[in-house]
Design a binder for this molecule. Structure first.
Ligand code: ZN
Ligand code: ZN
Length: 413
């Protein structure tokens, strides 16, 4: 038992005090884990677009002050009452959605949408007592999606922690707790392309590239990347993409372009942009008789999917997925094993390093990148030697032209 068990831990955390204002590295108090909770020491974390979205708080409930962060890797420091399958020292990946193992969804082999622990972006407290485990001089600081990984220590429900191989390097596999698994699982678990088949991937950001990686692992012989930004194509080759289609280069709908390229349509398609027109194209570009389209990207709340029902009657299948259909506790450890046995390549998603102390720089870069056309996704690995807190920051939409994927931003603490 560590000396901190049952005690309040004081540590550093990046606190979002207000919407859109730079995070402030503060000393916070982290209460001990309560019933079915686990306190973990975060070693690596990442910034995903979802963090920025809720930090900007445009169009949703602002919940502040808050500790953001949901893609991470860490080590169990102590466990609360009732936790039997984790113990101090275990290596874990926190996940923004959970698996209670008791509800109808968890008991179904087909679902990962746990009734108890499904993602809830409005809740800023723990389920057990509706209180926060974080505070500064007694003032509560709210949680984010049950993970709040921009802190040296955090408290997470046991159902949102995947126990992984302790030999797996956390600075690499931490990226498997969100976007990469989402794209990978969409292909491996839902689209399920056969060896030698053709797969179209719409949107070549981190999730789309992970979907392409899934197609590569499945042995697809043709992987067609569809993106409005040609700058992404060179990068996408690393992820197994063999051909590229830029819809802007054609006068006709991209589904027709793909049908012509593939003698009637692709065997599988995976849509990762959330743009409604891309969703329809992704469905209509699959081959009749056997084609399967999988929707991953989250659309605008008012979007309506329109297609002629004949497209379905002609034996095309349309599916959707959440977190790649992975059950966090049951399945994510096996995704880590795919990396360990060299089936899945994770390093190519990680291109940069910055320290935790400069976390705002990552936000700035992401925001600057957003306004520019021709954006790509890169991932920043943050390293803070003094605090032993490592963070991986994902910069969506940063322009490839400016940012080399091999450029390392390394700050000595
Ligand atoms: Zn994410
Ligand atoms: Zn459940």
């Amino acid at each position: 038992m560590s000396t901190t068990t049952g005690q309040v831990i004081r540590c550093k955390a990046a606190v979002a005090w207000e919407a859109g204002k730079p995070l402030v590295i503060e000393e916070v108090e982290v209460a001990p884990p309560q019933k079915m909770e686990v306190r973990i020491k975060i070693l690596f974390t990442s910034l995903c677009h979802t963090d920025v979205y809720f930090w900007e708080a445009k169009g949703q409930n602002p919940v502040f002050p808050r500790i953001l962060g949901h893609e991470a890797g860490g080590v169990v420091e102590s466990v609360g009452e009732g936790v039997t399958d984790l113990q101090p020292g275990d290596h874990v990946l926190p996940v923004f959605t959970g698996e209670c193992k008791e509800c109808a969804h968890c008991k179904s082999e087909e679902s990962n949408m746990c009734d108890l622990l499904r993602i809830n972006t409005d809740r800023g407290v723990m389920l057990h007592d509706q209180k926060s485990r974080f505070s500064i001089n007694g003032k509560p600081i709210f949680h984010f999606v049950g993970t709040s990984t921009f802190s040296e220590y955090t408290v997470v429900h046991v159902g949102c922690l995947a126990k992984i191989n302790p030999l797996a390097p956390l600075d690499k596999v931490c990226v498997l707790s969100c976007g990469i698994s989402t794209g990978l699982g969409a292909t491996l678990n839902v689209a399920k392309p056969k060896k030698g088949s053709s797969v179209a991937v719409f949107g070549l950001g981190a999730v789309g590239l992970a979907a392409a990686e899934g197609a590569r692992i499945s042995g697809a012989s043709r992987i067609i990347g569809v993106d409005l930004n040609a700058n992404r194509f060179e990068l996408a080759k690393k992820f197994g993409v063999t051909e590229f289609v830029n819809p802007k280069d054609y006068k006709k709908p991209v589904q027709e372009v793909i049908a012509e390229m593939t003698n009637g349509g692709v065997d599988r398609s995976v849509e990762c942009t959330g743009h409604i027109d891309a969703m329809i194209s992704a469905f209509e570009c699959v081959h009749d008789g056997w084609g399967v389209a999988v929707l991953v990207g989250v659309p605008h709340k008012d979007a309506v999917f329109k297609t002629n029902p004949m497209n379905l009657l002609n034996e095309r299948t349309l599916k959707g997925t959440f977190f790649g259909n992975y059950k966090p506790r049951s399945d994510i450890p096996s995704v880590v094993e795919k990396y360990m046995n060299k089936e899945l390549e994770v390093e190519k998603f990680i291109t940069h390093e910055v320290p935790f102390s400069e976390i705002n720089k990552a936000f700035d870069l992401m925001l600057k990148g957003e306004g520019l056309q021709g954006a790509a996704t890169v991932r920043i690995l943050c390293v803070c030697f003094s605090s032993l807190l490592f963070a991986v920051l994902n910069l969506d939409c940063y322009p490839l032209k400016i940012l080399s994927l091999r450029c390392i931003i390394r700050m000595d603490a």
